[in-house]
Design a protein around this ligand. Structure first.
Ligand code: CA
Length: 223
């Protein structure tokens, strides 16, 4: 799950990035409002964490400009404890949620997962495709009730495919959802992970759509 973090405070930004990475997010970090706006506009982020007090362009302006351009990326704003007017303004201008500083990393992670899930029309935390069940918060996967052990990348890839169940995802889209900046992606990395997932979860759960990409069906016919 790739997210954009916009925070100018070096120590806080570093802590947030590390804490979110630990919870399995891929994090791209920018330090000013112009960069935040540009990257959210151009990138395919599952969600963004936007500090309101940013140099070059403050968070409220970034939010206003993105929503005016019909960018619907879920955005969570970071606000100071006493800045209730900012919070209200942020929500009114199209922020999807907020977290108050000092940030509790587990709360931030949970709120981001919830935003991403809701933006895909999912009301529940748990995702199912046929007999496969995936729990984003605990990062657990089971098949027919039996736990399945996946690597971090395999889990992340399965998560993206299940969030987008019944849609075809191209290799480029999957790469964009999984890898943060500066990460060297082997051209066949996605294929390799898909191969491993098929081995662990039964061959036909992930279907190849020739020349387009991959898809998982929410309703699967039992093998
Ligand atoms: Ca700030």
């Amino acid at each position: 799950m790739r997210i954009l973090l916009a925070e100018d405070d070096a120590m806080l930004g570093d802590g947030l990035r590390a804490g979110l990475q630990q919870q399995g997010f891929s994090v791209d970090w920018v330090r000013d409002g112009l960069a935040a706006e540009r990257e959210i506009f151009a990138g395919d982020y599952a969600a963004a964490v936007l500090d309101l007090g940013l140099p070059m362009k403050d968070g409220i302006e970034v939010l206003t400009s993105l929503r005016a351009r019909k960018i619907s990326t879920p955005i969570l704003v970071l606000t100071a404890r006493d800045a209730i007017p900012d919070r209200i303004l942020g929500l009114d201008l199209g922020a999807d949620d907020y977290v108050v500083k000092p940030v509790d990393l587990h709360e931030l992670g949970a709120r981001l997962r919830s935003l991403v899930r809701r933006s895909h029309g999912q009301m529940q935390d748990i995702l199912t495709c046929g007999e496969i069940v995936l729990e984003p918060s605990s990062r657990r996967v089971s098949l027919k009730g039996e736990p399945v052990l996946l690597s971090t990348r395999e889990f992340d890839l399965l998560h993206v495919l299940m969030l987008n169940a019944d849609r075809v995802m191209s290799r480029e889209q999957l790469e964009q959802q999984l890898y943060s900046w500066g990460y060297e992606v082997d051209s066949n990395a996605i294929e390799v992970h898909i191969h491993h997932l098929r081995r662990k979860l039964h061959a036909d759960v992930i279907q190849t759509v020739r020349g387009v990409g991959y898809t998982m069906l929410r309703k699967q016919t039992p093998a």
